[in-house]
Design a protein around this ligand. Structure first.
Ligand code: SAM
Length: 295
């Protein structure tokens, strides 16, 4: 069964032999942390705190993104019905499978290449997601989760450790400087909360930044956006020019959609002079629906 999308085996992010961080470790040795895979392993005290916050039960199936050496995986597997781990580093996959945890399935893959719906088709739904994310790819991983969540049918919730700055962007509300594409895409299909923050010392090796745990609870979209692709295009387009007024920020994307920005804004009942970062998802949805209605 081919679970990958686009790239095949040996795609993005695979260790290259002969390069630092590439090749296999000697059997029996603990693989060294690989910077290119964003490896910062969680210390025991914090593992307990995170696993407790999950309130896992035997009915739960978890998907862990980047299980690494299994710091979270082992205690989670002890409480949950089943754990599926997607790990890119083949040495860590070997380490995990060698631990012979009976209710653990490990998939060796780049999380960004996998077809999640296909890979998880035969697993009990909805699945709970957990991950101490590799910070270099945390935003694309988040977008992949948002695309796959299916209104809470595939993924019930996601408890994620992120760089604090990314967490701030995720939970930001209109009017705040961190508010933008990520917050809007998340708010559309999930309720989100910050669970706690973690100092660099919670990880080995410690990262240079503070981290935060956030929890997303997936649900059907909060509002009718018309065509979701148009909605995303409009949101991304105006935030490329977030310091301009709405009418000026909207011009390039309106042009691509074959519409005029003032006309769209009027149809959506918005103020052309307001800044994009003051618009909530309801207003962006009105712009998206307006652009569809006249085409
Ligand atoms: N869960 C472990 C822990 O908390 O100690 C490891 C967390 S570490 C921050 C990130 C993990 O994600 C590493 O095991 C790394 O190899 C893995 N990883 C990095 N990029 C990945 C990708 N694109 N797909 C799947 N796993 C990835």
């Amino acid at each position: 069964m081919n679970l990958r999308r686009g790239k095949g085996e040996g795609g993005r992010g695979r260790p290259e032999r002969g390069k630092p961080g590439g090749g296999r470790e000697k059997p029996g040795t603990q693989p060294r942390p690989r910077k290119r895979f964003g490896q910062h392993f969680l210390e025991a005290a914090w593992v307990t705190k995170i696993v407790d916050s999950l309130g896992a039960s035997a009915d739960d199936t978890f998907l862990e993104i980047g299980p690494g050496r299994g710091a979270l995986t082992r205690p989670l597997a002890a409480r949950a019905g089943r754990v599926i781990g997607i790990e890119i580093d083949r040495d860590l996959v070997g380490l995990l499978t060698g631990q012979q945890i009976p209710n653990l399935r490990v998939i060796e893959s780049d999380f960004l290449d996998i077809d999640l719906a296909e890979a998880l088709r035969d697993e009990p739904h909805p699945i709970r997601v957990v991950g101490n994310l590799p910070y270099n790819v945390s935003s694309p991983i988040l977008f992949a989760l948002l695309r796959a969540a299916d209104g809470g049918r595939l993924f019930r919730d996601a408890t994620l450790m992120l760089q604090k700055e990314v967490a701030d962007r995720l939970i930001a509300t209109p009017g705040h400087k961190e508010y933008g594409v990520l917050a809007i895409q998340v708010a559309l299909i999930a309720d989100v909360e910050r669970v706690f923050t973690l100092p660099p010392g919670a990880f080995r090796p410690p990262p240079k930044v503070t981290s935060a745990v956030v929890r997303l609870r997936f649900r059907p979209p909060a509002v009718d956006v018309g065509d979701p692709k148009v909605f995303e295009r409009i949101v991304r387009g105006v935030f490329l020019q977030r310091r301009k007024t709405l009418v000026n920020a909207l011009k390039p994307v309106a042009l691509i959609l074959g519409r005029s920005a003032p006309e769209l804004i009027e149809q959506a009942g918005l103020d052309p002079g307001q800044r994009p970062a003051t618009l909530g998802i309801q207003q962006f949805a009105r712009l998206s629906r307006a652009s569809k209605s006249a085409t």
